[in-house]
Design a protein around this ligand. Structure first.
Ligand code: QAP
Ligand code: CO
Length: 168
């Protein structure tokens, strides 16, 4: 297993649209395992392949305290069950140090393949619904900062660029 480098906003590679996974093979499984190791080490609760510069429709999530409830979503599809808006203070491993309120539909149905390529389907609300929608956005080249005002987004962008320059 390996810890992968996480791309940070405003890296243009975070804007690429991920392609569907055709067959869940050994390469896919290895990537999933590396994504979990990377997410747990961060630590985070959700990670999309886009964030590690792999442009395939793969997401890993674990909302448990003990980090023992891994959820793998390959080629995920979402249907809104309840469009009523719900707010949540979101963060992102690609936007380290910043949390802002985002509004999304409160309840969804998720269809996706799991780590073995088996089709799974479940309903989600609360943090899981937020996390799935946030991660699917990544696969479409979208970030939570896109829901903020231009002024807020630019301020975050400038602060992160400054941090990244001082690290490099
Ligand atoms: C996405 O986010 C998410 O700023 C997953 O310094 C977030 O794992 C979905 C993290 C909130 C729903 C609600 C962020 C770690 C982790 C940071 C994460 C940081 C260190 C974010
Ligand atoms: Co994110």
């Amino acid at each position: 297993m390996a810890i992968l480098e996480i791309l940070e906003f405003p890296d243009p590679r975070l804007r690429k649209r991920a392609e569907p996974v055709e067959t869940v093979d050994a390469t896919t499984m290895r990537l999933v395992d590396d994504m979990f190791e990377t997410m747990y080490a961060a630590p985070g609760i959700g990670l999309a392949a886009t964030q590690v510069d792999v442009h395939r429709r793969i997401i890993v999530i674990d909302l448990s305290e003990e980090k023992n409830q891994p959820l793998v979503l390959i080629n995920p599809e979402v249907e809104v069950l309840d469009p009523q808006a719900e707010t949540y203070d979101e963060g992102c491993l690609s936007v380290p140090g910043f949390y802002e309120t985002v509004i999304r539909p409160r309840a969804i149905r998720v269809t996706a393949q799991d780590r073995n390529g088996e089709q799974q389907e479940f309903e989600a609300e609360g943090l899981l619904a937020v996390c799935v929608q946030h991660e699917i956005d990544h696969l479409d080249g979208k970030l939570f900062v896109d829901y903020l005002s231009t002024v807020k987004r630019q301020r975050i962008r400038n602060k992160l660029l400054k941090q990244q320059r001082s690290k490099a």
